[in-house]
Design a protein around this ligand. Structure first.
Ligand code: GYE
Length: 324
């Protein structure tokens, strides 16, 4: 009896403490005004991903959001498990970066039934039911692929022979792999001399990029250009090219997407020829959107990140000031 009332007193004082502490929100989550967000991250496959995780964690702290974070190690089943556990924990909002585009409807319906809003971060899903999530924050990957292709069209304007391109794709079935491929193919149509002679997934990792490039080099004696769907794969390709006794950036040109520190360093050193930027700094916008969604405000169904491109000269100028 005595024990019970002690617990009751302790619980009551905790409630008062938290109730006085914050700025108040419409979340109405029992006894605390802090927003709880469950974030199901893809993994830690690339420099981009590491910077993205840091951005989300730092922004959550700044915004006073209680962040529950999980790393799915690039496996959809792990992400689904994480989302289900966030539903069970009754978080206020779920944000996630879907490793692949398809297969999300069931778990997203579960979140909807539990009245927990979902925000897509960085990557899209292919669900036709747009009510399964509130908004999608991230880059336009088709546009990124087009920018990479447009650079190559310009760079190879004077080519008299066929330009043999090998493509190192991102994770099979992921939105950035599908869309970057589509955008790139679309852009290079402008010059019929540009030919993709081989295309394979390097899973957005450095080791994947290296392995795929080793195989490409073995099977194709005459490679002119590598289009890698991210910097890490491009950096892996550089290792394979150098091991084969060729000079990356000269004997074989390289165009990649992301513009993380290591990629920009290789671009400044002449080993990569061009990088299309893809910003991982989505944290602040995500927290902002989450607060609005929880408060019942309308948010745009698509928020596109602003991005640029870098030549070798431009990379040299900005390298020191790159934040990631
Ligand atoms: O380009 C790559 C990462 O989804 C935009 O995922 C992201 C991609 C990014 O692994 O480096």
């Amino acid at each position: 009896m005595f024990k019970k009332s002690l617990i009751a007193v302790a619980a009551a004082s905790m409630l008062t403490l938290t109730a006085c502490g914050g700025t108040g929100s419409a979340a109405g989550n029992a006894g605390t005004d802090k927003i709880t967000m469950g974030f199901a991250q893809v993994g830690a496959e690339s420099g981009w991903r590491t910077a993205n995780t840091k951005s989300v964690q730092e922004s959550a702290k700044k915004a006073g959001v209680d962040l529950k974070f999980s790393d799915a190690q690039q496996k959809q089943e792990n992400q689904i498990k994480a989302i289900r556990s966030y539903i069970q924990q009754k978080v206020d909002v779920i944000a996630f970066s879907p490793v692949v585009e398809s297969g999300w409807d069931t778990v997203l319906k579960e979140a909807k039934t539990a009245k927990i809003p979902v925000i897509l971060t960085d990557r899209a899903v292919d669900s036709s039911d747009k009510t399964l999530y509130k908004t999608f924050l991230g880059s336009d990957f088709v546009e990124e692929g087009k920018k990479a292709g447009a650079w190559l069209v310009e760079d190879s304007k004077a080519a008299s022979d066929t330009v043999n391109i090998v493509e190192i794709q991102g994770t099979t079935g992921s939105a950035p792999a599908n869309d970057r491929k589509e955008g790139f193919e679309e852009a290079i149509k402008a010059n019929p001399k540009l030919k993709i002679i081989a295309s394979q997934s390097g899973d957005f990792t450095r080791s994947g990029g290296k392995q795929v490039m080793e195989a490409f080099l073995k099977n194709n004696p005459d490679i002119d250009v590598v289009f890698a769907h991210n910097d890490d794969e491009g950096l892996g390709a550089i290792e394979a090219i150098e091991a084969a006794g060729k000079v990356p950036g000269k004997d074989i040109k390289i165009v990649t997407i992301d513009a993380v520190k290591d990629g920009m360093t290789a671009l400044s050193n002449g080993k990569i020829n061009y990088i299309v930027e893809c910003s991982p700094m989505l944290g602040d916008q995500l927290m902002d959107l989450a607060k609005k969604v929880i408060a019942g405000e309308t948010v745009p169904e698509r928020v596109v990140t602003e991005e640029t491109t870098f030549t070798q000269e431009q990379a040299k100028q900005v390298l020191a000031s790159r934040p990631y």
